[in-house]
Design a protein around this ligand. Structure first.
Ligand code: FA5
Length: 343
C-alpha cells in the first residue's frame, strides 16, 4: 500500500505540472484530495489492514497527504501571481499620455491678487514703489518702533500669534512695520505702498479673519500735509468704486500717527442713501490713516523738523469684499474652488 501512496503522490505532482489555470487546479484537487477522491479511496483500504501495519501505513499516508497539499498550495500561489500579472498587463495605462477630450481647467487669479495688482498699477502711476516686508516680524518693528511700547494698551487691540522659543518675534498684525523698514532702506523722499498678509488672534466672523490682507501706503517729503493724504485716498476710492465716490475722515487714535483718522467711502451699493450693506449709514469703513508721528519718523532715521508725511492702511480683503459684494470674509481664505472660480 505504501507504494500505492507513493504512486499517488508522484501522479499528483506530475498532473500539477500540466495545470495552467485555477479552474483545472480545483478539478484536480477534488479528484485527488476530495471526499471521494483517490486519497480518500486509499485511506478506506487501510481499514482492512492489521493493527501494526495500519499504524505504519497511516503515518506514511499522512506524510503523503501533507506533501500533496503543499504542492497544491504552491501551485495555487503561482497561478494567482500569474493571473495578477496577466490582469496588470491587460489593465495597464500610460499615465503620462495626454488626456484626450478632457481639458484641465485653466486657473485664475485669486480676487485679492486681482485687486492688489490693480492697486499696484494705480499707485505706480502716481510714482509709488511697491515694497515688501516679512510676515514673521520682530516685536520691535511691529510695535515698539511704531510708538507702541511694551506696556502700551494699543498692543491689546492687535493680539497675534507668537513663535515658541522666540519671544521677540510675532506674526505681523499689520503692514505698518514696513513704513519704518522702507524709511531705513530707501531714505526720503519716499512714496511706497506695501500690500501683504497680516495675522490676528481674534475670533473670526463674517468681517474678521485670523489671516487677511492689508495695503499700506507711506509718503514722506518736505511740506507734506493732510490735504495730500486726502487727495491720494480720494483717488483710490474713485478708482475702486466709481467717480462719484466721496471719502469721509473722522478722528481715530493710532499711536503711530498724529492726527489719526478712520477713513470711510460712500457706500457703492446705495450711493450714500443708506442700505443693508452700510448699516443705513451711507458710509463704509475701509482704512486707517494719519500724519506720521514724529517719533516714528525719528525711528526710521528721518528728521521730523525737516520732513513730514502721511501713512494709510487699507483692509485689502475688505476692499475685495466690497468690490464683489462678498458677504463672508472667510470665503476668501477657504480655498473652495466653487467660490474662487467665479472671479
Ligand atoms: C491698522 O492695522 C493700522 N496699521 C492702519 C494704519 C496704517 C493707520 C497707517 C494709520 C496709518 P486697523 O487695525 O484699523 O489699523 O486695521 C486696518 C484695516 O484692516 C481695517 O479697517 C480692516 O479693514 C482691516 N482689518 C483689521 N483687522 C481685520 C481682520 N481681523 N480681518 C479682516 N480685516 C481686518
Amino acid at each position: 500500500m505504501k507504494s500505492q501512496l507513493e504512486q499517488l503522490k508522484q501522479a499528483a505532482i506530475d498532473a500539477l505540472k500540466t495545470v495552467t489555470d485555477n479552474e483545472s487546479l480545483e478539478r484536480l484537487r477534488v479528484e485527488i484530495l476530495g471526499r471521494k477522491g483517490k486519497m480518500a479511496e486509499l485511506m478506506k483500504q487501510m481499514a482492512t489492514l492489521a493493527d501494526e501495519e495500519r499504524k505504519l501505513v497511516g503515518a506514511a499516508a499522512n506524510e503523503v497527504k501533507g506533501a500533496i497539499e503543499a504542492a497544491f498550495a504552491e501551485k495555487a500561489e503561482m497561478a494567482e501571481g500569474a493571473e495578477r500579472a496577466e490582469r496588470l498587463s491587460r489593465e495597464w495605462i500610460d499615465v503620462t499620455e495626454p488626456a484626450i477630450g478632457v481639458r484641465s481647467g485653466i486657473g485664475n487669479l485669486h480676487p485679492v491678487t486681482q485687486v492688489r495688482e490693480d492697486l499696484e498699477d494705480l499707485f505706480a502711476s502716481m510714482g509709488f514703489i511697491v515694497a515688501d516686508g516679512p510676515e514673521l516680524e520682530s516685536e520691535y518693528f511691529n510695535f515698539t518702533a511704531l510708538n507702541i511700547p511694551p506696556t502700551h494698551p494699543a498692543r491689546d487691540m492687535q493680539d497675534t500669534f507668537y513663535i515658541e522659543g522666540h519671544p521677540d518675534m510675532v506674526m505681523r498684525t499689520h503692514t505698518s512695520p514696513v513704513q519704518i523698514r522702507s524709511m531705513k532702506k530707501y531714505g526720503v523722499p519716499l512714496r511706497a505702498i506695501v500690500p501683504g498678509r497680516c495675522f490676528r488672534n481674534e475670533a473670526t466672523d463674517v468681517r474678521h479673519e485670523h489671516t487677511f490682507h492689508q495695503l499700506e501706503g507711506v509718503v514722506i517729503d518736505k511740506g507734506i500735509t493732510l490735504s495730500h493724504m486726502k487727495g491720494v485716498l480720494e483717488t483710490v476710492a474713485k478708482h475702486l468704486y466709481g467717480a462719484d465716490t466721496q471719502i469721509r475722515l473722522r478722528p481715530k487714535f493710532y499711536p503711530f500717527v498724529e492726527p489719526g483718522v478712520n477713513g470711510e467711502v460712500t457706500c457703492f451699493l446705495c450711493k450714500g442713501v443708506g442700505c443693508r450693506l452700510c448699516k443705513k449709514s451711507g458710509w463704509l469703513e475701509v482704512f486707517g490713516a494719519g500724519m506720521i508721528h514724529p517719533n516714528v519718523l525719528r525711528e526710521g532715521g528721518v528728521d521730523p523738523d525737516v520732513y513730514s508725511g502721511f501713512a494709510f492702511g487699507f483692509g485689502l480683503t475688505r476692499l475685495v469684499m466690497l468690490k464683489y459684494g462678498i458677504d463672508d470674509i472667510r470665503h476668501l481664505e477657504g480655498g473652495d474652488l466653487r467660490f474662487l472660480k467665479q472671479f
